[in-house]
Design a protein around this ligand. Structure first.
Ligand SMILES: *Cc1c(COP(=O)(O)O)cnc(C)c1O
Length: 400
């Protein structure tokens, strides 16, 4: 163990189970550790490094902006903020945007916006229906929104106003709707909760229910947005439009940023209702503008569809080969592999030995979320390492 990892153990709050690897450099889909060893990165900063590491377009935008103007506060207008806002609005179905600093803050802001709407238009309704196995962030309110006991139990009592119902079940939303309901908040595909893909028609049915009841539909596209699932936003694949959408993760290729987007009729914040000191700062927005512009100009969404299908078929082949793989699933470049027993940690370790970084989604599942600029040959390389890793753990699985 290198000295850095011992120092971390001494000084840092021990909240993350880290891979024993100290990364010092990255380029494209590859990273290097402090011993100079190279790895292919299928963790991608938890789906953040969408243009890979240190993409020249991003590095140049950040460097230029850092030399020009780093921070001003939102008391003033800044050019990068307005440029990124315009590009996001021109390329989505939403009309207005507010920038913050993280996904949690974006989701929480979206709920505040929905409550504001409830006060103005729904007789004070404030409850938000969310899904079991969702993930919306780590503040107390977003922990209450996140329908997973492991995130909630250590922090009770939780803020009120959230009902967690079964995902992919329109009847569950209908029966949880009360006169106090102001919004339904869902991920178009649950990332953190297991790469759970809803059935065809589910989101359209939710949209329809929200319209009938006058509720707002909030889509949390923090993980699915920015071409991750093969279209710029995942809602495009469902033939619906949200009233409010949240983004974060990949927008600025790794600089901290989040965004709340809303249709004009749902955009009910007025002066003083919401705010942020760092939100929408020039450096993050310059990185965001460079990232989004690159994605649009190079049709990265189409690339994600092609390479994503390649990844999916490679994973399906591995499932054929290894009987202890129970499922593979995904959309675009967000995929999961599930096992019949709790061997994910062993597979992650074997991949690391082979030079591939992957994420342990659960004790029995892996998640793949490589940079969106990954090539088909890099996908093949990753599948080769994963195949060897599965072979190496298979002897021990079969012995069980
Ligand atoms: C990562 C994530 C969040 C939280 O984002 P942070 O930037 O970690 O606060 C919220 N919702 C979804 C769907 C996410 O994937």
């Amino acid at each position: 163990m290198s000295n850095w990892q011992e120092l971390e153990a001494k000084y840092y709050m021990q909240v993350v189970a880290r891979t024993p690897l100290t990364l010092v450099r990255g380029r494209g889909a590859r990273v290097w550790d402090d011993n100079g060893r190279e790895y292919l990165d299928f963790v991608g900063g938890w789906a953040v490094n969408i243009l890979g590491h240190c993409h020249p377009a991003v590095t140049q935008a950040v460097t230029e902006q850092a030399k020009t103007l780093i921070h001003t506060s939102n008391q003033f207008y800044t050019i990068p903020q307005v440029r990124l806002a315009e590009l996001l609005i021109q390329n989505s179905c939403l009309d207005r945007v507010f920038f913050c600093n993280s996904g949690t803050e974006a989701s929480e802001g979206a709920v505040k916006l929905a409550r504001r709407y409830g006060k103005l238009h729904l007789d004070g309704a404030y409850e938000v229906i969310t899904a079991i196995n969702s993930f919306h962030g780590r503040t107390l309110a977003m922990v209450a929104a996140t329908g997973q006991a492991k995130f909630q139990e250590p922090y009770t009592p939780l803020p009120v106003g959230f009902t967690n119902v079964k995902y992919n079940d329109i009847e569950a939303i209908k029966s949880a709707t009360t006169p106090q309901t102001c919004a339904v908040m869902l991920e178009p595909l649950q990332g953190e909760g297991g790469v759970n893909i809803p059935s065809e028609g589910y989101l359209a049915a939710v949209r329809d229910w929200c319209d009938r009841k006058g509720l707002l539909l909030i889509l949390d596209e923090i993980q699915t947005g920015l071409a991750r699932t093969g279209t710029l936003f995942a809602y495009e694949q469902h033939g619906i439009e949200p009233d409010i959408m949240t983004l974060a993760k990949g927008i600025a290729s790794g600089l901290p940023i989040g965004a709340i987007l809303a249709k004009e009729r749902a955009s009910v914040f007025t002066t003083g209702d919401h705010g942020s000191t760092f939100g929408g700062n020039p450096v993050a927005c310059a990185a965001g503008y460079a990232t989004l512009k690159f994605i649009l100009e190079n049709n990265i969404a189409a690339h994600v569809r092609t390479v994503g299908e390649h990844l999916a078929s490679g994973l399906a082949e591995l499932k054929q080969r290894f009987t202890f793989v129970s499922d593979v699933r995904g959309r675009g470049l967000l995929a999961a592999m599930e096992f019949k027993s709790d061997i994910a940690a062993a597979v992650v370790a074997a991949c690391l030995d082979g030079g591939l970084l992957v994420n342990k989604l659960k004790a029995n599942a892996l998640r793949f979320m490589p940079p969106l600029i990954i090539s088909s040959s890099q996908v093949d390389e990753a599948l080769g390492i994963l195949g060897k890793a599965l072979s190496s753990v298979s002897s021990h699985v079969e012995a069980e």
